[in-house]
Ligand binder design. Structure first.
Ligand code: PLP
Length: 223
């Protein structure tokens, strides 16, 4: 037995009630997911399509899977209809592709737009201005089978708390600018996903209502 149940319990004692928790189970075996499931956890996050599909087969059907990794268009079809939320839409091309495939499959796919503010060049996502521009131009109105539920973002990978806070604040600002623009008439745009094991308390202070926590629950990942 691992400490998964105890870690979760500790975490839930700290997370405010208005904040949802995705347990990021990538690279961890299905048995550990079962331990979290047994104590009531239902939202799990995965970043690789093959691994996600294998776990969907093995695990209970009422799990809400969040896809949080970079998604290639050639893998879209295999996960359509299987995820509660795809959090990592990092290009308009990917979004349009998901919309087309969702329509074909007769499902509505819920997604978050990933915004990039962190220092690292390797992180995916829309630049803040690009994302605001996408909404102001009302391009989302062309979507037929995709529901944009909000925004996901990551802070720079650093120990500098002020930097982390500034990154989360910048992401939250993009979220608010879009959400509070009445001319857009967005419905169900209410999710701000920010914060991981090392930085979620700062993210919550800056307005996050969905955190994605992995190693704090499941331990270090063996890549
Ligand atoms: C891996 C991952 C997490 C979880 O990271 P931890 O530091 O283990 O909590 C959260 N979000 C994304 C997008 C990830 O890829």
């Amino acid at each position: 037995m691992s400490n998964v149940a105890a870690n979760l319990e500790e975490l839930y004692a700290e997370v405010p009630p208005q904040v949802s928790l995705v347990a990021v189970s990538k690279f961890h075996p299905s048995e550990m997911i079962r331990e979290a499931y047994a104590v009531g956890q239902r939202k799990f996050g995965e970043s690789r399509v093959q691994e996600l599909l294998k776990k969907i087969e093995e695990l209970p059907h009422d799990i809400e899977w969040h896809f949080i990794g970079h998604l290639q268009t050639n893998k879209v079809r295999s996960i359509i209809g299987k995820c509660a939320l795809i959090e990592s839409i990092d290009s308009e091309h990917l979004l349009e592709y998901i919309d087309k495939e969702s329509e074909k499959a007769g499902v509505i796919t819920k997604i978050l737009m990933q915004v990039h503010v962190a220092q690292e060049e390797t992180k995916f996502g829309f630049a803040p201005d690009e994302l605001i521009g996408y909404f102001k131009a009302h391009r989302f109105e062309n979507l037929k089978a995709t529901h944009i539920c909000g925004i996901m973002g990551m802070a720079s990978n650093t120990d500098d708390e002020e930097r982390i806070r500034a990154d989360f604040r910048a992401i939250a600002e993009v979220y608010r600018q879009i959400k509070e623009d009445d001319s857009l008439q967005l419905r169900g745009f209410d999710t701000l996903s920010m914060g991981m094991s090392g930085d979620w308390p700062i993210a919550v202070e800056e307005g996050s209502n969905l955190i994605r926590v992995g190693s704090r629950i499941f331990g270090e990942r063996l890549y």
